[in-house]
Design a protein around this ligand. Structure first.
Ligand code: NAD
Length: 516
């Protein structure tokens, strides 16, 4: 790993330059207020993040740009998104590498995140010619009733560290096509990829001949997010992150009658039935539970396994986990990269302690291991690396009902599918879910109204790894929002119902008469 992690700060500046963005400022001992960007790969400082505009300034510019942007025809707005997609294709490897350096994703997942941005751009270009309303039969003769979708206003996009660039694109592409302008507040843990993406978005607008600040970047901590949440000029707050954050954001936006789109924590499960194809199940489970070191909102955290196959499945999982290469995400052979920071390790270790106290048995993993960068020149303690854990639990206890953002898979057994579904749904979150079975009745029951209560329910696929064509989001404490494909664009627009009278009479609805 020494060769692949040498000079991450220099490499970051090189990548930023190649993406058309300013490099970071070098770290200095007395750098005052400026904030440092850090890599979870080695724990080292990448440089200082330049100061950008304030939330107030960004919203002022976005609100004034909206007045003009909202009058540009949607297919013309789509041109910005098309240019963005082209730029992302051109710079996929550089941006993917930056995602790996800053968020700690393995190479393939870093590239996959950029591919997801490209996919939503393709979707957005098509959508820009398909924003459509309905015509509806009216009860009044000589009348026509229809609905139209109009641009909404300024959209604030608040994002989490674990999808540092894709979540921005899901929101921004739909918002731009819808005629909205966007102010982005990325996670304070991932400012570098945000700077790179903003540079690409600016270039896309230039190439499309758009001379308006249709997308803007505000770097900062929680207070910058709060300023957007409270700003009356922000029509929609689309916030992705923890349920704790959503609990703070939702009532504040509601108090001013703004709109929210919330994409919050998940606690995703898989039910494994007696008829499951166990080879496929093991592969599906390992990818979903271990990918991104368990730091996806859709990561698999609970396996609810029929008692007849539980021992066999757990043995196979333990064997698969024993071969997982853990280390620098920049090494192409690695499958398990770092946790984002030391706090993530504290939560991981505390959850394992609590599970043990509840009678859980850690079948494999849970240890902390050395990663690259330990004892490196800048005194960084190194990245935070752990062995993914599988824990057999006697029942679904409190620790299993919480989202711990790391690679822990809890396993419980069931006898009756109805009970398994009840356990599955007995958590506060409702994002993604899956069932492994070759029995049609079991699969359909899981997808039915009395099956999974999540926004995403899969058969013979783990809960993670959604594609952009479907609507993405979840129920209960996951927040209820839907982003990305299907008709998620409607959240970024306002609907008007229009009735036109083309007759010379004035019949009233519901047969009401009023005078002569
Ligand atoms: P976080 O909640 O700590 O931070 C998310 C963002 O919210 C950051 O930009 C942060 O600065 C901002 N923020 C925090 N408090 C705020 C407040 N009171 N007002 C305004 N902004 C505020 O989340 P994180 O640790 O970066 O990300 C991990 C979490 O995100 C997990 O719970 C994960 O499940 C969730 N997540 C959900 C989805 C989804 O689509 N459902 C996707 C990715 C991540």
């Amino acid at each position: 790993t020494a060769t692949t992690t040498a000079g991450l700060a220099d490499r970051t500046s090189e990548l930023l330059r190649s993406l058309g963005a300013e490099p970071l400022l070098p770290s200095a001992p007395n750098s005052g207020e400026a904030r440092a960007a850090r890599s979870p790969v080695t724990g080292e400082t990448l440089g200082l993040v330049p100061v950008t505009v304030t939330a107030e300034e960004a919203v002022t510019a976005a609100a004034s740009a909206f007045a003009e942007w909202s009058t540009v025809p949607a297919p013309v707005r789509g041109a910005v998104v098309r240019e963005l997609g082209e730029l992302l294709r051109e710079h996929k490897s550089a941006l993917g590498e930056l995602v790996s350096i800053e968020a700690g994703k393995i190479v393939s997942e870093g590239l996959g995140e950029v591919q997801e941005m490209i996919d939503i751009c393709d979707f957005g270009v098509g959508l820009s010619r398909q924003l459509h309303g309905s015509t509806i039969a009216t009860e009044r003769p000589g009348h026509r009733m229809m609905e139209q979708w109009h641009p909404l206003g300024v959209v604030a996009v608040i994002t989490a560290f674990n999808f540092p660039v894709a979540v921005w694109s899901w929101n921004t592409v739909l918002a731009l096509v819808a005629g909205d302008t966007v102010v982005w507040k990325p996670s304070e843990k991932t400012p570098v990829t945000a700077i790179a993406v903003q540079a690409l978005a600016d270039e896309a607008a230039r190439r499309a001949g758009v001379d308006l600040p249709v997308t803007q970047l505000v770097l900062g901590e929680r207070d910058a997010g709060e300023a957007l949440v409270d700003d009356l000029r922000v029509a929609l707050v689309s916030a992705t992150g923890s349920t704790r954050m959503g609990r703070e954001v939702a009532p504040r936006v509601a108090a001013r009658f703004g709109r929210v789109l919330l994409e919050l924590g998940g606690n995703n499960a898989a039910i494994v039935c007696p008829s499951a194809d166990l080879d496929l199940t093991v592969r599906g489970i390992v990818f979903s539970a271990v990918g991104t070191a368990g730091q996806r909102c859709t990561s698999l955290r609970r396996a609810i396994v029929h008692e007849s196959v539980a021992d066999d499945l757990v043995d196979r999982l333990a064997a698969a986990y024993a071969t997982l290469p853990i280390g620098s995400p920049l090494d192409p052979d690695t499958l398990v990269g770092p946790l984002i920071d030391e706090d993530a390790y504290t939560a991981f270790a505390a959850a394992l302690d609590e599970a043990r106290a509840d009678g859980g048995i850690v079948v494999t993993g849970g240890e902390r291991v050395d990663g690259p960068g330990v004892g490196s020149a800048d005194g960084a303690a190194g990245g935070v690396y752990v062995r993914p854990a599988v824990v057999r639990m006697p029942a679904q206890t409190a620790v299993m009902r919480r989202e711990t953002f790391g690679p822990i898979l809890y396993v419980v057994t069931y006898t009756d599918l109805g009970d398994a579904i009840a356990v599955h749904n007995d958590v506060p979150q409702g994002l993604s879910s899956s069932i492994f079975t070759t029995d049609l009745r079991e699969a359909e029951r899981f997808l039915s109204p009395s099956g999974s209560d999540c926004g995403i329910a899969n058969v013979n696929i783990g809960p993670s790894g959604a594609e952009i064509g479907g609507a993405f989001g979840g129920e209960k404490e996951t927040g209820g929002g839907r982003e990305s494909g299907s008709d998620a664009w409607k959240a970024y627009m306002r609907r008007t119902t229009n009735t036109v009278n083309y007759s010379s009479e004035l019949p009233l609805a519901q047969g009401v008469t009023f005078g002569s």
